[in-house]
Write a protein that binds this ligand. Structure first.
Ligand code: ZN
Length: 113
């Protein structure tokens, strides 16, 4: 996968993560407990991690955040877009729909790694 594409998926992941975190913010932060956070996404994510992520997120949102974080790690490691079962490239249409996908279509229902 070339760097331009990686960048594209990275932005997609960031948008997804951001949407989830924005949700928590509006749901869990009220005026009695002002929680001003400036700075970029990473800073905010860290702040939410320690402060509100456990109460503020539904199980599925939590899972999604985890998947997104793992995808970031794979981008860093250079494994992004490769199936964790067979090592082949994951179909682009699949990544388009699920940018944090770890497995190709053939192996997407195999549990585990
Ligand atoms: Zn596969």
């Amino acid at each position: 996968m070339n760097s331009k594409k990686l960048e594209y998926y990275k932005n997609k992941l960031k948008t997804m993560e951001n949407d989830i975190l924005e949700n928590i913010k509006s749901e869990t932060i009220d005026e009695e407990n002002p929680f001003e956070i400036d700075g970029d996404l990473v800073d905010r994510a860290d702040a939410f991690n320690s402060a509100t992520i456990n109460e503020g997120l539904s199980a599925s949102q939590k899972k999604m955040i985890e998947e997104i974080r793992r995808a970031y790690q794979r981008i860093k490691d250079g494994n992004f877009g490769k199936c964790s079962v067979c090592g082949e490239s994951i179909e682009e249409e699949r990544l388009e729909a699920v940018p944090y996908a770890e497995k190709c279509k053939k192996h997407m229902n195999i549990p585990g790694k």
